[in-house]
Design a protein around this ligand. Structure first.
Ligand code: PEP
Length: 253
């Protein structure tokens, strides 16, 4: 049975003190009320990671970062390596978010290297893929997803794939209030699983969790999560309020 996962991507939001308050709130709600089997991950800013790690000590809530560099160390001003993340208690890292691809010009080639760096530190990678509105409207979305998956992940070994979670996030649905319909999302999730099966074999592809992201809210989560190939969500805006985030977690069955 593959894992059901709900991860919160806080992006560039929350000061240190605000982050600590939100982590504490989420930790408490998950401890007291989480009866389902979803794995819960929070991804605050780099700045908040060390104290978040301490606050989550003894909790089932896992800690993720939003990015890492592909080198181990060196002259890369402003960057952090996977081993540095690991050293403060991070277990997960988001790689390939569309905002990184778009605003920081991260290419599939760079993302493949970042993925290797993270896997080498035994970090679980939340690897994001997704098409723009223009790509969907022109009908090229399957080709785009295929190149993001093959160029970003196909250099990995079958064993490495146990550290990979894929997040399908149509760019047109991120932070826009537009959500892919459950049919649109399921169609792409099934396609991604087929790509993984062709490369790594059926058994491995069945073990990879594929999350949906893009304006997931408490009122649309259950419908999305009920789809056969949707194993949870990567949540942006709604992850910044503990109650909304938890209501989404509760939608996992
Ligand atoms: C995201 O940025 O990963 C995301 C899915 O954002 P939102 O939920 O706000 O659309």
């Amino acid at each position: 049975m593959r894992k059901k996962i709900v991860a919160g991507n806080w992006k560039m939001n929350k000061t240190l003190v605000e982050s600590q308050a939100l982590i504490t709130e989420i930790r408490g709600i998950v401890r007291d009320e989480n009866t389902n089997k979803a794995e819960v991950i929070v991804c605050p800013t780099f700045l908040a990671l060390p104290s978040a790690s301490k606050l989550l000590d003894g909790s089932t809530v896992k800690l993720g970062a939003q990015n890492c560099h592909f080198e181990e160390s060196g002259a890369y001003t402003g960057e952090l390596s996977a081993s540095m993340l690991k050293s403060v208690g991070v277990s997960h890292v988001i790689i390939g978010h569309s905002e990184r691809r778009q605003y920081f010009h991260e290419t599939n080639e760079m993302l493949a290297k970042k993925t290797t760096a993270a896997v080498n530190q035994a970090l679980t990678v939340l690897f994001c893929v997704g098409e723009t509105l223009q790509e969907r409207e022109s009908g090229s979305h399957f080709d785009i997803i295929k190149s993001q998956i093959s160029e970003g992940l196909f250099h990995l070994s079958a064993k490495d794939m146990s550290l990979i979670v894929v997040a399908y996030e149509p760019v047109w649905a991120i932070g826009t209030g537009l959500t892919a319909s459950s049919e649109q999302a399921e169609e792409v999730h099934a396609f991604i699983r087929t790509l993984l099966a062709e490369k790594f074999g059926e058994a491995i592809s069945e073990e990879v969790s594929i999350l949906y992201g893009g304006s997931v809210k408490p009122d649309n989560a259950a419908e999305l999560f009920s789809q056969k190939n949707i194993d949870g969500g990567l949540i942006g805006g709604a992850a910044l309020k503990a109650r909304d985030f938890f209501d989404i977690i509760k939608a996992i069955k």
